[in-house]
Design a protein around this ligand. Structure first.
Ligand SMILES: [Zn+2]
Length: 86
């Protein structure tokens, strides 16, 4: 009978609290993408383990990044689509 080591529930630590060098900024796309799904949705805090304070900052930066069109941002401009199809 194999003795399977029980996986320890790893303590979720906020990445930004853990690493002060981590630059939470809308220009830091590579970092932001870790907290965003492929479709551009922000990943829930309970999954990433980010603390409330940093999640709020993160959300703000992601939104800013979207405005800068640096992140995937799926918007369907119905009027534009209509124009194109006609
Ligand atoms: Zn934090």
């Amino acid at each position: 009978m194999a003795f399977r080591r029980k996986f320890r529930p790893r303590k979720k630590v906020c990445r930004f609290c853990q690493d002060n060098e981590l630059n939470l900024d809308y220009k830091n796309i590579e970092l932001l993408q870790d907290f965003v799904t492929a479709r551009g949705k922000i990943i829930a805090r309970r999954i990433t383990g980010t603390c409330a304070k940093h999640q709020r900052q993160l959300t703000r930066e992601i939104k800013r990044a979207r405005q800068m069109a640096l992140l995937y941002y799926t918007t369907t401009h119905s009027t534009e689509v209509k124009k194109k199809t006609i």
